[in-house]
Design a protein around this ligand. Sequence first.
Ligand SMILES: Nc1nc(O)c(N)c(N[C@@H]2O[C@H](COP(=O)(O)O)[C@@H](O)[C@H]2O)n1
Length: 205
Amino acid sequence: MEIREYNIKDVVSFQKTKDDFGGLSNMAGGYSVNINDVIIPTVEHLYQACKFPLFPDIQEEIITENSPITAKMISRKYNKFVRQDWDDIRIKVMRWVLSIKLSQNWERFSALLLSTEDRPIVELSYRDKIWGAVENGDKLIGVNALGRLLMELRDKYAKHGYESRCIDPPAVVGLMLYRHEIGVICDDVHKEEFLISKEELEHCD
Ligand SMILES: Nc1nc(O)c(N)c(N[C@@H]2O[C@H](COP(=O)(O)O)[C@@H](O)[C@H]2O)n1
């Protein structure tokens, strides 16, 4: 993804979770998710845990930590155990993580995304020019990968009221939580329906 430049006055930016648009941050509380019956406090915890598919103990240390920023620091501590292909797959994983956040917190998160109207969404950062963008005079400069993925969600789903209740896993090998592969993730009602139709399909073979 290439670097972009935004005019500060045009954008919706967020940095701290207490900001007006702080709910857009992966660290925002109140948007917990459920993956294979494991309740995960924020999608930052989920994203960080995905770095360690072969290390359930590290995943547990991350997921059971209350603070998302500390969860991220725990992940840093285990840098040498991060899956080797992480840099190649992290955008796909982040897109999936955000889709899960929207699917499982539809009312609140779609309303927040829609409240940004058609403005560029930018994660304001002091130094991270990949996930966010950095202030430079009246501009914000960076790849702003997180903001761009949020705009994608807003424009593809929230704007059309397209509430997706089952989310496919990203196309990456070995996405695991606590030794179990992460497959399609549905909310409780749709999980039943999904499992029944999957079973029916299997019997057709
Ligand atoms: N703590 C923090 N400070 C910043 O300045 C940031 N831009 C972020 N960004 C978030 O960190 C997550 C990515 O973590 P990795 O560096 O890939 O481990 C992601 O949620 C960003 O939004 N965090």
